[in-house]
Design a protein around this ligand. Structure first.
Ligand code: LLP
Length: 436
């Protein structure tokens, strides 16, 4: 059963009617399906079973502690990129050794904390960062486990320029030709355990082919490292597995479509005792969540129909930031108006086109442009689909609008896993002043 589906014209998440839920939560609200999270994680585990990889869920995609808990229960480790994400993972009960700490700008206090708790891997992005980790580990008389992030100069030409990370000149990783030297310099340190190489080539990666090119670079690097006497036994291929946003030009490969060729390419590495890690985020979380909103006003602006809703770029910045297209549809419709697909660009005979905009004082606050919609009026509820990844985690209080609540649904049970922020929350950190 799909996690979000229309039943007699009413949108349900699992067995909960979202119109009824909105009477309790009010809008806007993020709503997640537990079964969707679990289904995707299990799908990845099953498809990649032969490689027996460690799946480290990318906390940045959707980091509510309760969601981390449920993924950890199913065996996921965590990919974190800040002290705050590490804190979230630990609060969720994740064992520190099952955490990878990535990111180009780890601050000293974050490095110190990660060494103290004993994270599984630092995914190291520069020579200076490695020096810093070594210095802290020495001072603390500890040994830090390190994975060197290679910039393999590989990408997917379809990936948005703002989320392309694996090509030369981006801020990520260490250029391949310098990596052997880094191993030579640091391998002998008693305070470092240089065990792995890491790559994350972008987000999303629309099929297996770019991963295969990255694996070729990775395998050449493994050989070079072995030949120079600094072998590694772990290969982390990062995240990037795409999610279905309904765009028919980007058909979502199944987990098996990714896993088959990647497994094939990594079989010899695995057979020789190698260990494989992945860091999926979006694929696990995007279609596990919707953002529910209410129509405030409808109006004409020039030749356009405008629907003003009670959420926008402050709660879901992806359309404004990446021109991302999220399917938007009313929560309650006539049975004949149930959408036949989730293609954001679909045209339906007899339906007008609308711009769906938020309340923020910027023209970029537009959740959808030229969208075919059944007739909508004030107070109707709309669902913004595929909003589970990079939705709430990127939400802000811009224009001093409190952030929405998060609700997790399992079967017919709905649980508030983050309350709606209040006006008091807006000023809490400003409530005390003192001279410094
Ligand atoms: N590992 C590393 C090192 C990453 O930087 C990322 C994402 C991931 C894993 C997870 O990638 P995923 O499986 O979710 O594609 N805010 C943008 C996406 C930014 C991705 C940043 N890094 C968006 O809304 O499209």
């Amino acid at each position: 059963m799909p996690p979000f589906e229309y039943r007699d014209g009413e949108l349900f998440c699992e067995d909960v009617s979202l119109a009824e839920l909105c009477q309790r939560t009010r809008t806007p609200a993020y709503v997640y399906s537990q079964a969707a999270f679990e289904g995707q994680l299990r799908g990845a585990q099953a498809a990649f079973a032969e490689l027996d990889p460690e799946l480290r869920y990318s906390v940045k995609s959707c980091g509510n502690v309760h969601i981390l808990k449920l993924l950890a229960r199913l065996g996921a480790g965590m990919d974190v990129v800040s002290g705050g994400e590490l804190y979230r993972a630990l609060r969720a009960g994740v064992k520190p050794e099952r955490v990878c700490f990535a990111g180009v700008g780890k601050a000293d206090h974050e490095i110190e904390e990660a060494i103290r708790v004993g994270v599984g891997f630092f995914n190291v992005e520069s020579e200076q960062e490695l020096e810093t980790i070594e210095r802290f580990a020495r001072a603390m008389n500890k040994r830090a486990r390190v994975s060197i992030r290679i910039n393999p100069d590989v990408g997917d030409s379809k990936t948005h320029i703002k989320t392309n990370t694996g090509t030369r000149g981006t801020k990520f990783g260490i250029d391949s030709e310098r990596v052997p030297g880094v191993f030579k310099t640091f391998a002998a340190s008693p305070h470092l355990e240089l065990r792995a190489i890491h790559m994350h080539i972008g987000s999303p990666i629309y099929g297996p082919e770019p991963y295969l090119r990255a694996i070729v670079v990775g395998q050449a690097m493994l050989k070079t490292l072995e030949a120079q006497g600094t072998p590694v036994d772990t290969l982390n291929l990062g995240g990037g597995f795409m999610a279905d946003y309904g765009n028919p030009e980007h058909v979502e490969p199944s987990w098996e479509d990714y896993a088959r060729p990647i497994t094939e390419a990594l079989r010899p590495f695995k057979a020789a005792g190698g260990k494989v890690l992945f860091e999926p985020g979006r694929r696990i979380s995007a279609n596990a969540g919707v953002l529910l909103t209410r129509v405030l006003y409808t109006k004409r602006s020039g030749d356009r129909n405008v629907v003003v809703v009670d959420t926008g770029m402050h709660h879901l910045i992806r359309p404004a930031m990446y021109d991302a297209e999220h399917f938007i549809w009313p929560v309650s419709v006539q049975p004949s108006q149930v959408p036949s697909s989730r293609d954001p660009r679909q045209r339906v005979a007899g339906y007008d086109l609308f711009d769906v905009v938020g309340p923020i004082c910027e023209s970029s606050d537009r959740l959808g442009e030229h969208r075919a919609l059944p007739p909508v009026k004030r107070d109707d509820l709309l669902a913004v689909f595929s909003a589970g990844a990079y939705g709430m985690v990127m939400a802000s209080q811009y224009n001093a609008v409190p952030r929405p609540p998060e609700v997790l649904i399992s079967g017919s049970e709905a649980t508030l896993i983050r309350r709606r922020e209040t006006y008091e929350d807006l000023v809490t950190a400003e409530s005390e002043t003192h001279p410094i």
